[in-house]
Design a binder for this molecule. Structure first.
Ligand code: MTE
Length: 292
């Protein structure tokens, strides 16, 4: 994100389509198509091409076109997700067992990157709350942590110190339990492409995109606010909360407007990325310029 924002016209490259999530899981019963779903944005989703060729995934390089170009050899199988820390049921789950008990849903969400661009993405996933209930956090657990896989032999970006690897993120437990918070295993009804965070990523639509950590191998439950990758890298620029907030400018650029990928004119950025009605209560009484 130290990079400047690039032109939207990323070259078409060979797409690495996620294969780790078996189609029979993706084909589970879903909200009937055509019906207005409670959390959907009614905005037009970006094209599959936009969503899968204009990416931030520094493990595969820092240019927007790098993740699609460099993630073809990323191995999705076997994949284990470790659930650990302050939970009654810590375990190492094979991906399939991790996903199977949950009903996958299509969710059309806006994604706003802190760099000043945005997209609308039709995810396929399940609420993180379902997983949290399943693993039963103890009363001491106040935060949830997430970690991306560390495999420098497959992820060329991890061979350089762009960031403090592995990429880590965190949410307050009540944010993690919010019905909008999703673990996504697909988009546009198909398995997640590698460049979008296969086989499993987080999606938190009211926060800047960097909270939506990709290729997750670890989910932990802790008592204290955990370290997060972009905050470690530049604490004055990226806070723990990272809620989309047009009133709290990034030190090096304004957050008042954004460019929707595929559009020419800028749009106004909206508080909590347009999800204020649903999530505003989580931050009642907090100074969001201080807790940016
Ligand atoms: N997760 C990991 N592990 N590494 C990253 O570099 N980039 C973040 C987030 N998750 C990133 C990550 C940023 S800055 C954004 S904007 C979104 O992923 C982009 O998601 P997309 O490429 O699917 O649009």
């Amino acid at each position: 994100m130290v990079q400047t924002i690039e032109a939207a016209s990323a070259a078409v490259v060979g797409l690495a389509v996620g294969a780790a999530v078996p189609e029979r899981l993706l084909g589970q019963e879903r909200w009937p198509r055509g019906k207005k779903r409670p959390f959907d944005s009614d905005e037009e989703p970006n094209s599959y091409k936009d969503i899968t060729t204009y990416n931030n995934f520094y493990e595969f390089g820092t240019d927007k076109s790098d993740p699609a170009k460099n993630s073809g050899n990323f191995k999705l199988s076997p994949w284990t997700v470790n659930v650990e820390g302050l939970v009654k049921k810590p375990a190492a789950y094979h991906l399939e067992d991790f996903i199977k008990p949950h009903k996958l849903e299509d969710r059309i969400y806006r994604l706003r990157c802190v760099e000043g661009w945005s997209m609308v993405i039709p995810w396929l996933g399940f609420p993180l709350a379902g997983l949290i209930k399943r693993v039963e956090p103890t009363s001491k657990a106040k935060y949830v942590t997430f970690e991306t896989v560390y495999r420098p032999e497959e992820m060329i970006g991890q061979r350089r110190p762009y960031l403090n690897w592995p990429y880590v993120e965190g949410l307050r437990l009540d944010e993690a339990m919010h019905p909008l918070t999703l673990l996504a295993a697909g988009l546009y009804g198909k398995g997640l492409p590698n460049q979008n965070g296969a086989p499993l990523r987080l999606v938190v639509p009211w926060k800047y995109g960097f909270k939506s950590i990709k290729s997750i191998v670890k989910i932990g439950f802790v008592e204290k606010e955990p370290p997060t990758t972009w905050n470690i890298s530049a604490p004055d620029e990226y806070g723990f909360y990272s809620n989309v907030n047009p009133e709290a400018d990034h030190p090096r650029w304004s957050q008042k407007s954004e460019r929707r990928i595929g559009e020419f004119l800028k749009r106004k950025t909206v508080m909590f990325n347009g999800y204020a009605e649903q999530v505003g209560y989580l931050y009642a009484g907090m100074d969001l310029k201080k807790h940016f």
